[in-house]
Design a binder for this molecule. Structure first.
Ligand SMILES: NC(=O)c1ccc[n+]([C@@H]2O[C@H](COP(=O)([O-])OP(=O)(O)OC[C@H]3O[C@@H](n4cnc5c(N)ncnc54)[C@H](O)[C@@H]3O)[C@@H](O)[C@H]2O)c1
Length: 350
């Protein structure tokens, strides 16, 4: 299977490793900064890869089974829509888009050409998360009461100053859109996706050199009656946790670690024998991105071969973005926001 990576920055090594571990042939790299792509190829010891500075030229010249898009967040909409229009299967990094209109444009183009398209919410593949999802699907919690996602990480001036897109409304967003989005994706997925309303506050406490928030909190009401809280911040003095809690009539689970990859609490009124092992799940990861890209690429490779939807599709990617945009809109209006959200984007916060 022939594959190319668009965007050779910080997250790019996770894509290359995932491709290699799944025996996907890396035929080309693309970065608007050509020399960066050349150095990246050397660093990764990639031989016989063609290098491009223009993703349109890449798509024109290479015969590809799929590409992954790991560019600056504000460029995902344009590049993903173009891939879809050209009939090229693609995996796009989170957030899939910066506005509802951009997300809808990607989806419309993908539906028209029938490409296989997915979004990198790789934490869904965490072993602990998979166990939790199975417990929810098997109705082990009974009626869901409430839950929470806390992403409490650390990002300082050095982090934001390394690239000028970071923290800008048009290109990135803040702690919710960049760092907390995986947790928000998990929360919404675990609680059944259907959201009634969101009330949120997003502030900038310690990072005056960025436009967007460094702390966001929200209350989310699901259509099934459950409620949940969201806290996403880069204001901790060190990376502390990504913790997901689920409380139901029949059980409670808390996943923790740096990216919801360990089980802290696993307790049900009607225990199963396998719960003894589930209680001790602790998946080691090299960084806060976790190990999920490898499973994500495997699923995507199979989706392309079988011409089916991937495990994490564009609609899932849009739901995560929609949730965050609703928090932003609530901050802007001071009011609770009903979903589905129409016509809002990060630049409406400027
Ligand atoms: N899934 C995850 O856990 C995870 C982790 C980190 C980053 N990300 C996401 O991945 C994306 C990239 O993040 P990063 O930290 O690697 O950023 P980065 O700035 O380190 O890298 C982005 C690269 O894209 C290139 N680029 C920009 N516009 C381009 C274009 N039009 N065509 C080709 N190349 C272009 C830049 O030159 C840069 O090399 C972001 O959207 C980010 O949110 C996801």
């Amino acid at each position: 299977m022939k594959y190319a990576l668009i965007g050779c920055g910080r997250v790019a090594p996770s894509h290359i490793k995932a491709a290699q571990l799944n025996e996907i042939e890396i035929v080309a790299l693309c970065d608007i900064d050509y020399n960066k792509a050349v150095s990246f190829a050397k660093e990764q010891r990639l031989q016989n890869v063609n290098i491009y500075a223009d993703y349109k030229e890449l798509l024109e010249k290479e015969e590809l089974d799929f590409v992954s898009i790991a560019t600056v967040s504000g460029t995902h909409g344009e590049i993903a829509t173009y891939c879809a229009e050209q009939g090229v299967n693609f995996l796009v990094e989170k957030p899939m888009a910066m506005s509802i209109a951009e997300a809808d444009a990607i989806i419309a183009a993908a539906e028209k050409t029938g490409v296989v398209a997915g979004v990198c919410h790789q934490n869904r593949f965490n072993i602990a998360v998979q166990e939790l999802k199975r417990a929810v699907d098997n109705n082990r919690f009974g009626k869901l009461s409430h839950g929470s996602i806390h992403v409490r990480w650390f990002r300082d001036e050095g982090y934001y100053k390394q690239d000028d897109w970071r923290g800008k409304w048009a290109l990135d967003g803040g702690a919710l859109m960049n760092q907390c989005i995986h947790g928000i994706d998990l929360l919404r997925w675990i609680f059944g996706d259907e959201v009634e309303s969101i009330y949120g506050v997003a502030k900038n406490q310690y990072h005056p050199y960025i436009e967007a928030e460094d702390i966001g909190v929200a209350v989310i009401s699901f259509k099934n009656g459950a409620v949940a809280t969201i806290e996403g911040t880069v204001n901790a003095v060190d990376n502390l946790e990504e913790t997901l809690c689920v409380f139901g009539e029949e059980g409670m689970v808390r996943l923790g670690g740096m990216s919801a990859n360990t089980v802290d609490v696993w307790q049900f009124k009607k225990p199963e024998q396998a719960d003894e092992d589930r209680r001790f799940i602790e998946e080691r990861a090299p960084n806060v991105y976790g190990n999920g890209h490898t499973s994500l690429f495997l699923d995507f490779k199979n989706a392309v071969s079988e011409n089916r939807m991937p495990y994490i599709d564009l609609y899932a990617g849009k739901r995560a973005v929609e949730t965050i945009l609703a928090i932003y809109k609530s901050q802007k209006t001071g009011e609770k926001v009903a979903l589905p959200l129409e016509n809002f984007g990060t630049t409406d916060m400027i």
